[in-house]
Design a protein around this ligand. Sequence first.
Ligand SMILES: Nc1ncnc2c1ncn2[C@@H]1O[C@H](COP(=O)(O)OP(=O)(O)OP(=O)(O)O)[C@@H](O)[C@H]1O
Length: 636
Amino acid sequence: MRRTNRRRVPGRTAERDPLFGRGLRFAHDAPSGTGAGSLATLRELPAIVGTALRLGRRADPAALAAVVTSQLVLGVAAAATYLTTQRLLTGLFSAAPADAKVRALVPVAAVMAGAMAARGLCEAVAIAASGRLGPRIARLAQLTLLERAVRVEQAVMEDADFHDRLGTARQGAAATSRATQSAVGLCGGLVSILAALWVLLALNPLLAPLLVVALAPRAWSVARTAGARHASTKRWMQLTRQIDLLGQLMTSHEAAEEVRAHRVGGFLLAHYRRLATVSTREQARLAREEALTRALAGALSGLAALGVYGVLVLLVVDGRTTFAVAGTAAFAIRSGLASLTSFVMQFQQLYQDGLLIVEWREVCARAEEAAVPARGTPLASPVETISTRGLRFSYPGARTPALDGVDLDIRRGEVVALIGANGSGKSTLAKLLAGLYLPSSGSVRWNGVATGDLDRATLWDRIALVSQDFVQWPFTARMNVVAGRADRDADEPRLAHAARSSGADAVVDRLDDGWDTLLAREFFGGTDLSGGQWQRLGLARAWYRGAPVLIVDEPTSALDPAAEIDAFRRITESAARGTTVILITHRLASVARADRIHVLEAGRIVEEGTHATLMAAGGRYAAMYRLQAEQFLVDR
Ligand SMILES: Nc1ncnc2c1ncn2[C@@H]1O[C@H](COP(=O)(O)OP(=O)(O)OP(=O)(O)O)[C@@H](O)[C@H]1O
């Protein structure tokens, strides 16, 4: 059999990565127009500079005005320098007597010195103002992105593509500060080049195209290189994230136990090396491409310089221009090329940062589009009913729906239990009831209004949620509970009550600094809790929130038996006071007292009733209940 010698590159269409399966693929195809050609690259520049300017105007208009003004004055001063040089040369080569020459040239030299001083001053102003402007722009950009990210619909937030772009956009927001410096440098360079061009036009219109010819090859090479780098960054974004992820896993304390006990360290290192090799290969490919572009641009620049100086000599020989004008032109072209060197460096940096900034802008716009609407019908009080009709929901990209035609009615003060095997759709249903996802079809209605039409802020105000993977905030114990009503100041009596109701008081009593103990081992002075202790804090957060609808998904999975019984007693008592409880659990003993039990299977409700009716029916619930009960029977 003939073996092909093609190199295996993870990410190519048909291949599956051993660690990430199909998850390791190109997140984006190389965007058309980006990196494909230098003209397309140049077309992006005004959008980049426009975005930077708009951000600057919002962040610090005074600093922006100072930067722009200093750049304009710099240009005028540069032009004045070129023109006075020409005057100086003309004066020097004139046939006038020496003392007349000196008298004529002193004012010219004074103007030249003034122009140079103005340039120095403007550069100082530009440095100070852009130093102030840069960090403000970066903060504004980060805040704008984060403000929008926290409002995005949950389903969009979980979308891998959006998540990828969010990563690039965060880099873009951080890059705005550096981009401001580059934009200032770029403007300075551009203004100096324009000044040189303007002077050449004034000296002899034939000279101006010479500068353009001299500049063209390097401008092309920069645009092409920057475009290629950006296209590569975008294309390999998922690979970069996955390499970072492996690095984090090897150093995180969550994975530390298994990394050691299961000896996963060597395995992760091997895959890290494998993926990093792909990344290194890509860097080498880019470097080769860049070197070729530079070599070609260098050769073209040499030819262009030969042509430019050749034309200058011809103009002088032909008598179409004087020595003084040709000398000034040579000086302006040389200065223009020097300005171009700084321009090129700034351009390269700005372009790379700028494309990230454009991504930031697009992601901000996408996040705004995908935001949970701020308007809608306010949810009326009290919450009398929550109901679903023909509710179907599929996760993006999933072939089978997670919920497939669910009809459910929940009334105020009821305890409704959702039970079923793993993956039957209980948590998904809870998230749809909570308005975190919107139905693919069918409806979820609160007091008769569909969740999509509701002002969901008013809905979330009425919910306390203890999800299966509730957040263990890396803050103090107090913040972990009062985060339940983060929009209000901490209320100590309420905190004490929530702690008593959940058993969190016993946890906090044992902490060195009580409520002020930092629950994050990764920070100095921080500590960690056991799974059950965390769960008590999670429950305390829900009690502290004190909402009329309580959604609890496996709230007691890590609690000891006494704490578990106590937790369910509190939940039932709160329902007696009018709280509506939606309870998801595999502990069937705890659901026996629920007003209504719904059994889910493959996204459908297959049985419903009270414990008594379901036991009498002898169906799935009864079978599951007996199975659990049998575990407690011991041989006598
Ligand atoms: N974020 C997600 N993206 C894609 N599919 C998901 C997501 N969350 C759940 N699913 C899928 O939806 C189906 C229902 O999952 P769900 O978490 O609702 O089940 P569950 O009944 O709560 O299970 P468990 O008892 O294990 O908690 C499963 O097939 C699961 O793989």
